[in-house]
Structures are given as structure tokens and as C-alpha cells.
Write a protein that binds this ligand. Structure first.
Ligand SMILES: Nc1ncnc2c1ncn2[C@@H]1O[C@H](COP(=O)(O)OP(=O)(O)OP(=O)(O)O)[C@@H](O)[C@H]1O
Ligand SMILES: [Mg+2]
Length: 691
């Protein structure tokens, strides 16, 4: 490209080079470089008063349009936009990263930084020793030549932003420079470069010295804003030579805007971007503060007056601005679930281990690894964005999913196998078919595959619900606990939808255990007098249960508990293949219950007395034993009689003694009759899977 000599820039030169670029022999990249070089030349020429402002503005408009046409065109032969697409995507992701990052620097304390002070001082020095336009032209032209020649580094183009940062002597400008590095292809970066271009137009301190400094400025600006930005800029730079070209193109492109006259439009453009993107530095306010700060300088005043730019936006810029306006379009690296605040996907990100692994459908709030059951449903802000919902939940009403996630979860303290006295066979079987397969699905395949349905049946108060809770804690599966009566009464008319939603959510949360207490009320024998809604619920449940039990991929276990097994529909019974009898506790189990409960109290029972209690409590259920101990523990309080209950110290209360149990036996009776017991025994012998 012909190198113009000082003071000899004529319109004919512009025309000549314009034709050279448009001749058709250049590649789009070369053309873009050529237009960019022209734009720089125009800047320099105007800065040196070689052409008038009107002329410069016209030329700029012309080249800007040509330049934008190449940059924005996605035609492989004539445009460069395909690359811009990648950069845009990259920039968007990085912006998202930086959303989380917050600088400790404020607009106030940044001026106190040593490096900023130095830059400001350098800017002032520079201003006081303004160079002759002739000096400025030479390095500028070098820059133009360099950027016009393919394959050469195009750093000089970046110099616009950096140079003016230096000139303005403002750390805020430096911050914009950092933003530019971070988002080279976004409108944000375009905006960031706008003010420098405007400033350049009136002062234009383009010397080789300032060129070097501007690079340093860029480098120094990065650490100010943390390593993340540095990484961002370097990753973009590392994206290849043409990538640099693209970055530079866009920076320059925005510089072009600075030449057109419409400050109102520019303001509007800024405010739109600022509104839509809180991360974007508020350039309007930033500019205001800079102009206030530097209003004493005539040069700066000039600059502010000339803050006239066009509202022209390329299609790519417009797209970016539009996307920023739509929050839902922002890529969500860490989306927040509408279903209990779980990120990414339902149930994801929860810790699951062999013990203390009750994993509720909502995240733990208390950080208690073993106490998932204790966690409360999280409070969600109304503005939380929804997750992209799992395909399997597509036809499920979100309201239902919410209900399942928030209401059908188990609450209460964590339960260990040791907390359940007796029922050794049932516990061993459950461990074998629930816990181990959940822990080692790779071993439990084929015929060893676990059953998908379990029925725990037995007299009331024998620990069926307790076993369900224990499975929840120990299996490591997502645990859904629902009372069948809830399905039939709580969501009247919507029971079958709830059943469908329950299984759908469970499928998303695999491995999952669905525990249905009082399952008899859900799956009772179908009869003539049956209500239509409960019949529909039952049918839906059987369909879902069938799907869950027949699908080999689904790792959903349905555990039902009932104390009326004889009322269960035969179709449902067949699907609950493992039917485990949970009988009344034997003597050893009753002893275990008493010993465990008394160990937590102030008690003076000896071994013989405990044996006696165990013998006397024959026929008691686990719940009855617990009630017996509760009653006995009140004995010492009742014996206080005349002493004032409000003043007594806890250690003055006497220990629980055998006589308290004797008294308790007078009021606590076994809740299960021997007749009922016979029915269970019979049913167990007929349908049970126990020994
Ligand atoms: N085997 C057991 N070991 C220890 N405690 C038990 C046992 N069985 C019952 N309990 C006590 O009885 C309480 C009630 O037990 P649970 O609710 O599990 O009975 P259930 O079999 O589900 O009764 P229902 O059939 O009436 O629902 C438990 O909270 C626990 O305190
Ligand atoms: Mg129960």
C-alpha cells in the first residue's frame, strides 16, 4: 500500500486505494484489513488537519459500511462472519463466567493504585509535550501498513484503545480496555472502544513511544481486574492469527462509529446495553465521571464536545444487544432448578455414599450429610429462572412436579439399621435387594437384578415405616415417601396425575425409591362401590408400577407398607413381588428396644429387671414397647407429689426404676390382638416371601 507522505493526503489517494481494495483480487480478510487501514489513515489525516471533519466523516461512513459488510457477512467467499460467530459464542460464555466475579476495586480506590497513578501521570506528561502532527503520522502509517499486510501482527490497531487510555489518564478507561480484551466481538467491546476513538480524533498522540505504552497499558490493566480476565483475553488471543484479526477488526469498526454525528443515539445505545447487561460497565456514567474529573483540561473539554457518534449498528451488534435484553437467552452455566433449587438436572450434584445417604429431592440446607431427611424444602425466590425440564417431565404439570419435589419427601431424623430391633430376616433381605443393588448396579444385573416392588406387611407399629425411612437413609437412592391417603384425599381429582408425576420425577432421579405407606388404601380390591377417582388412581398406579417393574433400565424401587395386606388388589400384589412379613418383635427385639431407649435416660434397671419387663411385654409391638418406656419414664415425675415441679433441678429427679414399668404395664396394653395376629400369619404363609 502506498505510504502517504506528510501533508500530501489527497482525496485521490483515498479513491485509489478504495478501488484497489474493491478490485476483486483481494480476499475478504485482505479487504477488511485494507478498509481498516484506510480508517486509521482517515483518523490520522483528520488529526493532522489534512482533511476536514466533514470529509473525514464521509470517508469514515463509506469505509465503515464496506468494512461492516465484510465483517458481518457470513458468506464464506466474501465475508468473515463465520469466525465472528465463534468469537461471539466464546465471548458470551466468558461473560457468563465473569458474571460471578466481582472486583474488589471500586471507582474510588482504583485511582489510589500505584500503577493507575503512574498511567495518569504519564498521560499528563504526554499531553504537555504534544507532538507535531508530522511525527504522529509516521508510526501511524506503520501501523496501517502492518495491519494491511496479511500475516503481520495487528497490534497497532489495539493501540487506539490503549493509547487513549493513556491519554485520558483514567483507570476507568483501563477497565474498559480490560473489557475489550474480554469481549472482543461483543457490542460491549465495541462500546468500550468508542470513547477512545472519539478522543483520538481530536488529540491523536500517535507516536512510537505511546504505541509501546499503550500495549503496556493493556497488559497492566489486566491484573487490575483479576486473573480471570487475563485468562479470557489470552484465550481469545490464542485462538489464532485470524482471530486477532477479527478482534482488531471489531475494535476498529467501533472506532469508525466514533466519527459519525449522533450523540443521542450513542447514549441510547449505551443505555440499552447497560440496562440489559449489568456486567457491562456503565459507559455513560463512566464518561460523565471522566469528563468531570478532567474538565479542567481544554483538550478533554474538546473531546467531550466531540462525543458524537452514529447510532449505526451492525447486524451482529444488534443481535448481541437483543440477546442481552433477553435474560432467558443467556447461557446458564449454573442454572437454578425450579424444582427445589437443584442445579443442572433433577437430583444432580448431590452427594451419595454408602452411609448417611438419604438424598431428598431437594438439596440439603443444613450441610448434614447424614441428615437429609431433616432438610427443609428450600425457599425459592420468585425470579429464579426455570430449568430446562427433562424430556420425561414434558407432559407433567410443573405444579405437580413442584408438589412432589417439595411435599412428597421424607422428614425426620436419619434412621440406621441398628435402630430397628429384630426383624433380622426382613432387614437382611432388604439390604440384599435394595441397598446392595443400589450401591453396585454393575454386579446386580440379569437374574440378579433386584425386584422392583416390595411389600412390607404386618401388624401396626412393628416398624414398617421405620424400615422405609431406613431404606431412604441407607440406600443412597432418591427417596420419595408418600402416604397413599395423600394421593387419594389431598389432591382430590388429581390423584392419577400425581401418580404419573411421581413416577416421572422418580425416573429423572434414578436410582429412586418410592415408598408408599398405607398402600392398601391405594391398591385395595376393586369393587362396585368404589369411587371413580380412586379407581382411576389405582389403574394409573398399576400402569406405572408395571412400567417401572418391567423396564430393565429404570432403577426405581417401589416399597409399599401395609397392615392390611389382605385388602390389596391381587394385580398389585403380583407386582409387589417381594412381600416381607414384619412381625411383632420377639423377646430379644423387645429387650433391644427397652435397652436402647433406657440408655438415653437416667435409669437404674438391672439386667434381671429388664428380662422381667421383656417377659411381661409378650405380644407388644415395637410401638407398644416405645409407649411402655415413655409411660415408665414419667413415673419419677409423678412420684414428686408435693415437690414443686417448677423449682426442682433435673438431677434431683430420681432414676427410672422397675416399679415405674410395673405401673406402666397397668396402662399400656398390646395393640395387636391374637386374632389379628393369626390373620397376618395366615397371609404370610399364603403370600409372604419369608422363611
Ligand atoms: N422394630 C422396631 N425397632 C425399634 N422401634 C420400633 C420398631 N417397631 C416399631 N418401633 C417403634 O414404633 C414406632 C412406630 O413404628 P412404625 O411407624 O414403623 O410402625 P408401622 O409398622 O409402620 O405401623 P403401621 O402399620 O401402623 O403404620 C416407631 O417410631 C418406633 O419408635
Ligand atoms: Mg406405618
Amino acid at each position: 500500500m502506498e505510504k502517504p507522505t506528510h501533508g500530501t493526503v489527497h482525496l485521490s489517494d483515498w479513491q485509489k486505494s478504495y478501488f484497489a481494495i474493491t478490485s476483486g483480487t483481494c480476499t475478504p480478510g485482505q479487504k477488511a484489513d485494507g478498509y481498516r487501514a484506510k480508517i486509521l489513515q482517515i483518523q490520522y489525516a483528520w488529526a493532522n488537519s489534512e482533511i476536514s471533519q466533514v470529509c473525514a466523516a464521509n470517508l469514515f461512513k463509506k469505509y465503515a459500511e464496506k468494512y461492516s459488510a465484510i465483517i458481518d457477512s457470513d458468506n464464506i467467499e466474501t465475508g468473515l462472519n463465520n469466525y465472528a460467530e465463534n468469537i461471539l459464542t466464546l465471548a458470551k460464555c466468558q461473560q457468563n463466567d465473569s458474571d460471578k466475579w466481582q472486583s474488589a476495586l471500586t471507582t474510588d480506590n482504583v485511582f489510589e493504585l500505584k500503577c493507575v497513578q503512574e498511567r495518569m501521570q504519564a498521560g499528563k506528561n504526554f499531553q504537555s509535550s504534544q507532538m507535531a502532527p508530522a511525527d504522529a503520522f509516521v508510526p501511524a502509517d506503520k501501523g496501517v501498513s502492518a495491519s494491511a499486510a496479511p500475516g503481520l501482527p495487528k497490534l497497532p490497531v489495539f493501540s487506539n484503545a490503549g493509547e487513549t487510555d493513556l491519554w485520558a489518564g483514567s483507570s476507568k478507561r483501563a477497565s474498559q480496555g480490560a473489557d475489550l480484551l474480554e469481549h472482543p466481538s461483543s457490542s460491549k467491546s465495541l462500546q468500550s472502544t468508542l470513547p477512545p476513538a472519539t478522543k483520538t480524533s481530536d488529540t491523536f498522540p500517535a507516536s512510537s513511544a505511546s504505541f509501546n505504552e499503550l500495549i503496556q497499558t493493556g497488559v497492566q490493566a489486566t491484573p487490575l481486574f483479576g486473573s480471570k480476565e487475563a485468562a479470557s483475553s489470552s484465550s481469545l488471543k490464542a485462538s489464532g492469527h485470524s482471530g486477532d484479526g477479527q478482534n482488531l477488526s471489531l475494535s476498529n469498526q467501533s472506532a469508525v462509529h466514533g466519527w459519525s454525528a449522533n450523540s443521542g443515539k450513542r447514549k441510547a445505545f449505551y443505555s440499552v446495553a447497560d440496562e440489559s447487561n449489568p456486567v457491562t460497565p456503565n459507559l455513560t456514567s463512566c464518561q460523565a465521571s471522566v469528563s468531570t474529573e478532567s474538565s479542567s483540561s481544554p483538550g478533554n473539554r474538546n473531546r467531550n464536545e466531540e462525543g458524537s457518534v452514529t447510532g449505526f449498528r451492525t447486524a451482529k451488534e444488534q443481535l448481541w444487544v437483543d440477546q442481552q435484553k433477553k435474560p432467558q437467552n443467556l447461557p446458564q452455566r449454573t442454572p437454578i432448578s425450579s424444582y427445589g433449587g437443584v442445579k443442572k438436572s433433577l437430583g444432580a450434584g448431590r452427594s451419595r455414599g454408602p452411609f448417611g445417604k438419604f438424598v431428598p429431592p431437594v438439596p440439603k440446607q443444613d450441610g448434614n450429610e447424614n441428615g437429609g431427611a431433616q432438610c427443609k424444602p428450600p425457599t425459592r425466590g420468585p425470579a429464579e429462572p426455570s430449568l430446562p425440564v427433562d424430556e420425561r417431565l414434558k407432559n407433567i404439570e410443573p405444579k405437580m412436579v413442584e408438589l412432589i419435589m417439595h411435599e412428597i419427601m421424607d422428614h425426620g431424623p436419619p434412621v440406621n439399621w441398628d435402630d430397628i430391633a429384630g426383624v433380622e430376616f426382613a432387614k437382611a433381605t432388604i439390604k440384599e435387594i435394595v441397598v446392595w443393588p443400589m450401591l453396585r448396579p454393575d454386579i446386580f444385573t440379569g437374574l440378579r437384578g433386584p425386584p422392583k416392588g416390595i411389600l412390607l406387611f404386618g401388624p401396626p407399629g412393628t416398624g414398617k415405616t421405620l424400615i422405609g425411612k431406613c431404606i431412604a437413609c441407607q440406600s443412597g437412592a432418591t427417596f420419595f415417601s408418600i402416604s397413599a391417603s395423600s394421593l387419594t384425599s389431598k389432591w382430590v381429582g388429581e390423584g392419577e396425575k400425581m401418580v404419573r408425576a411421581l413416577f416421572a420425577v422418580a425416573r429423572c432421579q434414578q436410582p429412586a425409591v418410592i415408598f408408599i405407606d398405607e398402600i392398601d388404601s391405594l391398591l385395595s380390591q376393586r369393587g362396585d362401590g368404589e369411587h371413580e377417582s380412586s379407581r382411576r388412581i389405582k389403574t394409573e398406579f398399576l400402569v406405572q408400577l408395571d412400567g417401572a417393574t418391567t423396564s430393565s433400565e429404570d432403577r426405581i424401587l417401589v416399597v409399599g407398607a401395609t397392615n392390611r395386606p389382605q385388602e390389596i388388589d391381587e394385580a398389585a400384589r403380583r407386582r409387589l413381588v417381594k412381600r416381607l412379613y414384619i412381625p411383632l418383635p420377639e423377646a430379644s427385639a423387645r429387650k433391644q428396644i427397652v435397652a436402647r431407649l433406657m440408655s438415653k435416660e437416667h435409669c437404674c434397671l438391672n439386667e434381671e429387671e429388664i428380662e422381667l419387663i421383656v417377659r411381661k411385654s409378650n405380644g407388644f409391638s415395637g410401638a407398644d414397647m416405645t409407649q411402655l418406656c415413655r409411660e415408665a419414664s414419667l413415673g419419677p415425675i409423678r412420684s414428686l407429689q408435693s415437690m414443686d415441679i417448677t423449682t426442682i433441678m433435673p438431677d434431683e429427679v430420681r432414676p427410672i426404676a422397675f416399679l415405674d414399668f410395673e405401673s406402666a404395664f397397668k396402662t399400656v396394653r398390646p395393640s395387636v390382638s391374637s386374632k389379628d395376629l393369626e390373620l397376618y400369619e395366615t397371609w404370610n404363609q399364603t403370600f409372604g416371601c419369608g422363611r
